[in-house]
Design a protein. Structure first.
Lengths: 492, 396
């Protein structure tokens, strides 16, 4: 059994907190719950929330996790921490003391990130638990309502889940009200200032159509349907709102996975190295740490990638090398011509200050775009693979000629980049209340089966035919879903 | 700054049971999905005649959570061990997504396996099938096996049946009462004194012998293995035989299976040979029937055995053999509960190939059924039609 008790954890927690404050981490109050593997599986399936509305997909998540766990395909995480204020973390009871110390320090890293990174500002951490609880209560009340019932609720939730991530990605950009959009459109319709206006023919003024719905392409599909489908009943609208809000809660985590895991790993390493752990604990920590941040062959380990970039930033901004490896890394970077002093180095009094600024102001895409350099890509041996028949084949490696392309592919595939951008263009297409949508094609085609089924859900929610314009196999096509099911049409 | 620790409490583990309802509904969906794909499932593995406790891996394609995702031709980025070179193969595409290791980190691909025992699978299969309960003729139930059943306890018995727990209990009870007696009499009870077992403490389990009536059935699979039967046709036949065997197994306790392959000559073969070895040459359907009749006569007396015979062929029989085939088919109907003929003609081919269906139309026996199987989807419906003809199921 465990080689520690709660007193040990509290003892080490106090030391860790002391160090964390010394290093400058700024955290929410932290709560830890010790749980066994059943509880952990339960929390994982329900995204760590003590209260969550029921849906079969969560049962599926549970079964899947449990099957993988039972057959040893994947273990359970040592901890799980959720973005709420005060922060909540679950620690596995079976962890050894060394592992608990490591995870506690790791949790404070995440906690600091949740509190300070800009993407999490919109999640309103202090209300999250209550919001999830209220959502759960409302969904349950619809299930218990004899005029609604479980089946109808699940059917609407199925459809809502299918579309909940088709939404605005950057919550830092304010959504314009209809009024503001109108003003913007009127402004845009005005003739541009022309200093040679007197000798030019006067451009004809085309009056913009201010009755169009939506005025500007709309990314929040669920909210749009909620607001513009008059036939939905109140409980249906509410379910759409709930699904939308839940997705909003998760998007920041999707958007910062690499930074966040790298950040937590960076600080658990720094904290544990400074704790003066007894030798047996320290040795186990070293082993566990390298297990966590090791590269996955042929995959991408966010812990590894994130940590490597944070380490590089530290060195670049004048951090003192902490190990012989880091010294040789500097030497190699200098040799590879990748060690140019950053232009903004004067703005930061220390390397740590830069790190803290980055953890506040970046997300994975911007983080990697700025800091994943050619040298890094090569050091990490990053490659691009593409399907060829039945195999996935390496097509590009990070050599001088194609590292940029590999990097672009990577940037496209992280965070919300792996979710296609679908916008609603017109809610009354052809005067028939047909919902006309566009897929912003960036070289990647939609998966056809999934597109068909998702359109079926969209049709169900909208209540009229839906059309999605996209590019498929280098052809412009429209996918349509209506009363007679799915059809496609090529577009000129 | 200090963390707050909530110690582990095991009662909390009951909380994970909040997933019970969600799990149940998911399971129902999985079950439904298995039911829909069942024809695909049993065609893949050699499971005919296998032990019903055998665990088979069932790929679950079913319960996907759809959303807009990118297709499979999307390039991805990975990390090598320092030696990545263009042209290296780093994995498989997810078309049939065998890899469990990848399934976990690819949100779009929901493809995993679940373990189901064959028994469960069959239960699922027959779940939506409302069939008349096949009556077993009393004559055909024979005492098969002597079984022993536990029934009560005895003071005497043989050593192996000694019930240790009950014996010790009796001893303790005796000890306590002795103690109370002693103390009641005002004497001192010596705890240290050994208190041995007594003959009366010994308790033995008692067994009674009984006889279990057994019902027997034999499934005779006859298949045309002539040159014209290609893989697709065999695959369809195999699916049908599988269903038949499994169905009969749910109804009878002791089911045997006989494989008879024929071209111009019938012979008994193993399952392996039956499905995987092709012969060449022409077809005498009667040869297979004669062989079946011979097997029935030698080993499966219709008085003791329920006989289910089924023949799959593409109907490409030599004309000269037709009268003999017709006659033998009638005899098979006499001998068995049910005799069926399935003509396998992959879609379209029936227009230019000869057919036995017309000839077998002349059979008037009520327990005969001839049907046309053109594609996978037909199997289930033909199967249902076939069983509806069961002779024993008719009202007396």
């Amino acid at each position: 059994m465990a080689d520690y008790d709660t007193n040990d954890l509290e003892y080490w927690d106090a030391k860790i907190c002391e160090k964390a404050e010394e290093f400058g981490l700024s955290c929410y109050p932290q709560e830890f719950e010790i749980c066994d593997h059943f509880q952990m599986l339960g929390y994982m399936a329900y995204s760590g929330m003590p209260s969550h509305y029921p849906h079969w997909s969560l049962g599926k998540a549970y079964e899947k996790l449990k099957t993988f766990y039972d057959y040893g395909v994947s273990g359970l995480p040592y901890e799980m921490v959720i973005n709420v204020d005060p922060a909540r973390a679950y620690l596995m009871r079976d962890n050894s003391l060394a592992l608990q110390i490591l995870t506690i320090a790791h949790v404070y890293g995440h906690n600091d990130f949740f509190k300070n990174n800009f993407t999490f500002k919109s999640t309103r951490a202090e209300f999250v638990l209550a919001t999830f609880k209220v959502h759960a209560d409302r969904v349950r009340s619809y299930i218990e309502d004899p005029s609604v019932g479980l089946e109808k609720v699940e059917a609407v939730l199925d459809a809502a889940h299918a579309l909940s991530f088709s939404c605005r990605r950057n919550s830092a950009i304010r959504k314009l009200s209809r009024k503001e959009q109108e003003e913007q459109i009127l402004e845009a319709a005005k003739a541009p200032v022309d200093i040679f206006g007197r000798i030019h023919k006067r451009p004809q003024y085309v009056e913009p159509d201010l009755h169009k719905v939506p005025l500007q392409p709309e990314e929040d599909i669920l909210l749009f349907i909620r607001d513009y489908n008059p036939r939905l009943s109140e409980w249906e609208k509410d379910l759409l709102t709930i699904a939308h809000e839940e997705a909003q809660y998760f998007i920041p985590q999707v958007e910062t996975k690499i930074m966040n895991e790298g950040w937590a790993s960076y600080w658990h390493r720094e904290i544990l190295n400074s704790l003066g752990l007894p030798e047996h604990l320290h040795l186990e920590f070293l082993v566990r740490h390298s297990q966590v941040v090791r590269p996955f062959p042929r995959g991408l380990n966010p812990y590894h990638l994130g940590l490597r970039i944070w380490d590089k930033l530290y060195l670049q901004y004048g951090g003192t090398p902490r190990t012989p490896e880091e010294e040789s890394l500097i030497a190699r970077m200098e040799a590879e011509d990748d060690y140019t002093k950053p232009h903004d180095i004067a703005e930061f009094s220390s390397a740590d200050e830069k790190l803290f600024a980055v953890r506040m102001a970046d997300r994975d895409v911007s983080f990697l775009r700025q800091h994943l350099t050619e040298f890094m890509m090569r050091a990490l041996d990053m490659f691009q693979y593409e399907p060829l028949g039945e195999d996935l084949v390496v097509t590009k490696v990070s050599d001088r000629a194609s590292w940029r392309e590999v990097k672009e592919t990577l940037l496209k595939n992280i965070g919300m980049g792996s979710t296609p951008v679908i916008t609603i263009e017109d809610a009354d297409h052809g005067g028939n209340r047909i919902l006309f949508c566009k897929h912003a094609h960036d070289g990647r085609d939609l998966q056809l089966e999934y597109a068909e089924k998702t359109l079926a859900y969209l049709f169900k929610l909208w209540g009229h035919e839906v059309v999605l314009q996209t590019t498929f196999g280098n052809k412009h096509v429209s996918f349509m879903y209506g009363d007679r099911g799915f059809s496609t049409k090529s577009v000129k | 700054m200090r963390g707050l620790f909530r110690p582990y409490s095991s009662s909390d583990s009951l909380r994970s049971d909040r997933s019970a309802g969600d799990r149940l509904r998911h399971r129902r969906k999985v079950r439904k999905s298995i039911q829909e794909n069942i024809v695909d499932l049993f065609a893949e593995e050699s499971i005919i005649g296998k032990n019903r406790d055998k665990i088979i891996k069932v790929p679950i394609r079913g319960v996907k959570e759809y959303r807009f995702i990118y297709g499979e031709n999307t390039p991805g980025v990975g990390q090598g061990d320092g030696n990545a070179r263009p042209g290296q193969v780093v994995g498989k595409t997810q078309e049939e997504g065998q890899g469990v290791d990848k399934a976990g980190d690819q949100p779009g691909v929901d493809y995993y396996e679940t373990d189901v025992t064959l028994d469960e699978l069959i239960e699922i299969m027959f779940e939506d099938l409302e069939l008349p309960d096949m009556e077993r003729k009393t004559l055909r139930e024979i005492p098969a096996e002597r079984i022993s059943k536990r029934e009560g306890y005895r003071r005497v018995g043989i050593r192996v049946r000694l019930d240790k727990k009950r014996t010790v209990k009796r001893k303790i009870r005796r000890e306590l009462s002795a103690k109370r007696m002693t103390e009641g009499a005002g004497e001192e009870w010596d705890e240290k004194k050994r208190f041995p077992f007594h003959q009366d403490d010994l308790t033995y389990r008692h067994l009674v012998e009984g006889i279990r009536p057994e019902s027997n059935a034999v499934v005779i699979c006859i298949m045309d293995t002539s040159g014209s039967m290609d893989t697709m046709k065999k695959y369809l036949a195999r699916s049908f035989f599988f269903l038949l065997y499994q169905f009969v197994s749910t109804k009878y306790r002791n089911v045997e299976i006989v494989f008879i392959a024929h071209h111009t000559e019938g012979r008994e073969v193993t399952e392996e040979e039956f499905f995987h070895k092709g012969d060449s040459g022409g077809t005498f359907i009667s040869s297979g029937y004669h062989k079946a009749l011979e097997v029935i006569k030698d080993r499966y007396d219709p008085i003791l055995w329920n006989v289910y015979a089924f023949h799959c062929s593409d109907g490409d029989n030599f004309e000269s053999d037709n009268p003999a085939a017709l006659k033998a088919a009638k005899e098979l109907c006499e001998a068995g509960n049910l005799f069926g003929y399935g003509e396998i003609k992959p879609l379209g081919s029936r227009y230019y190939e000869s057919s036995m269906l017309n000839i077998f139309r002349r059979i008037e026996e009520k327990n005969f059924q001839a049907m046309l199987i053109e594609r996978k989807e037909d199997i289930w419906s033909s199967f249902k039609a076939f069983l509806a003809k069961d002779k024993t199921a008719e009202p007396a």
